[in-house]
Design a protein around this ligand. Structure first.
Ligand code: SF4
Ligand code: SF4
Length: 133
């Protein structure tokens, strides 16, 4: 295959694990609750989270925390998928993206905005925000 003129995309298997990304729910809220489990479990310590506190007046105050900063260093990431497995909120997923490039080390650190851009919207139950819970 003459990469990069020809792309792998159509041949990627269903279970392919590419770049990790954060997702929002259908109402546009970031699903991550900054529990930091993924940061703890990540083997190469690629994830760095700075939690923020959700105000008591907020409709989602029950959630308590949100990620003020959320960085994944894609030079360190080994695409293992453990962050996705450990997340209790279905907030982080490995997408099919594999062409991760940058001219500097700093560019290779995906910040929250970049991670959300890659992740997009994911429908389904968000456990902690489920009012029936
Ligand atoms: S895929 Fe693995 S290495 Fe990459 S951020 Fe997630 S836990 Fe860390
Ligand atoms: S992505 Fe999931 S595991 Fe990681 S801090 Fe957010 S809620 Fe916790």
């Amino acid at each position: 295959m003459e990469y990069p003129e020809e792309k792998w995309d159509p041949q990627l298997p269903e279970h392919y694990r590419g770049a990790p990304a954060l997702v929002k729910d259908e109402s546009g809220r970031v699903r991550c609750v900054a529990c930091q489990l993924c940061e703890f479990i990540c083997p190469p310590r690629a994830i760095k989270i700075e939690p923020g506190e959700i105000s008591a007046k907020d409709r989602f105050s029950k959630v308590e925390k949100y990620p003020r900063e959320f960085d994944i260093d894609m030079i360190r990431c080994i695409f293992c998928g453990m962050c996705e497995e450990v997340c209790p909120e279905q907030a982080i997923f490995l997408r099919k993206d594999y062409a991760i490039t940058g001219l500097t080390r700093a560019e290779m650190v995906h910040n929250k905005e970049k991670l959300l851009e890659i992740g997009g919207v994911m429908h389904g139950v968000v456990l902690k925000w489920n009012e029936k819970k």
